[in-house]
Write a protein that binds this ligand. Sequence first.
Ligand SMILES: *Cc1c(COP(=O)(O)O)cnc(C)c1O
Length: 298
Amino acid sequence: MDLLSPTIPTPLQRLSNTDIERAAVQLFIKRDDLIHPTVSGNKWRKLKYNLLEAQAGGEKAVLTFGGAYSNHLYATAAAGRALGLDTIGIVRGLELEREQNATLQFCREQGMALHFVTREEYRQRNSEDYLKRISEQYGNPYMIPEGGTTGLALKGVAEMVGEVKGQLGIMPDFMATAAGTGGTAAGILSAGADVLAFSALKGGDFLSKDIHELLHEYKRPGHLTLLTDFHFGGYAKWNDELLKFMQDFRAEFDIQLEQVYTAKMFYGLFDLIKNGYFKAGTTIVAVHTGGLQGLIRA
Ligand SMILES: *Cc1c(COP(=O)(O)O)cnc(C)c1O
């Protein structure tokens, strides 16, 4: 189903430079950033079956969770508007109520009702009791967890792997993705691909358990390698070195990354390539998961 008229399959492009040639690997980028102008990247993949289920169930409203710069809130607000679903966003941080930022402003413009909660309350976002209470409070909306990460999200992400296989003619040796909740990594693994997941958060070791829990009903998932050293200080933190890397990447390949997820992933991946992590002949597909609405124009 052509939910919101996406550009599918998204392009698969080969990247080449002297580091890649020296390592004798083949590197491709899966351009999921081009999938849709507002519901971009992995958020489109993850929302697809959740929103189809909401529509099929005749739901009137969708409720979800996110931080102040959340690509997921942004995508959900836009998709809900396009599909005629009301949207409710529970936002982490009471202090943000008075603050204007472009992401939340966009969400409001799409008609999303924003409810700001304390960090303590936000921490309960996956607890059953809390969700029951919230659901009653907001008139039993269709609930989607933070980041859109559900079992249905895995199914949507797995379709992206199917595209890659078709475009490449083989399953790549590795697929690389940035990780926040780990839903995207889990989706790729569910399709049987081996994954290098680059944590965008500090202390990302918890992701391994979360990802394996998401995969519990899959018999033969791919193998996960979790890289936790490329967080640049933590979630939504960055430094000049990362911004310079983004600029160089754009100059070299004419592709824009952003500083929260995709630049950290590519920085880490190039670090591995330069340091001889991969055998000659290895094929790697790195996913551009989008998120360019959150780009800082440095
Ligand atoms: C949300 C997001 C991620 C993280 O995806 P998870 O499935 O939560 O791990 C990665 N890249 C971009 C651009 C995102 O917006």
